[in-house]
Write a new protein. Structure first.
Length: 101
């Protein structure tokens, strides 16, 4: 089972895999299709407000899924030092992979 730790994992249990230090995954977030749809059909909006935050959550899930796939391919046991940065319609998730000692 792969552990996900937001900060640096304990040094007594895990060792950094130098090849997989600071793995970066970039996802583009676009709400253009939804915005165009609501411009054409404004009556369909009825209470639907936070599309950007929902799209951001979906992209975070996809990015973490990609990290888990890379981690399993690299035979690592832990994902640590995760950072999420959102700017200019792009989401960057950076993480490092660790193995058990």
């Amino acid at each position: 089972m792969i552990e996900i730790i937001k900060k640096h994992p304990p040094k007594k249990k895990f060792k950094l895999v130098k090849k997989y230090k600071n793995v970066k995954i970039v996802k583009k977030i676009s709400t253009k299709i939804i915005d165009d749809f609501f411009k054409e059909f404004p009556e369909e909006k009825r209470g639907r407000k936070s599309f950007k935050s929902k799209e951001l959550e979906i992209m975070k899930l996809i990015a973490y899924n990609d990290l888990l796939i890379k981690c399993s391919v690299a035979n690592c046991d832990c994902i640590g030092d995760t950072k999420e940065v959102f700017k200019n319609e792009k989401l960057e998730v950076t993480a490092s992979f660790f193995k058990k000692i």
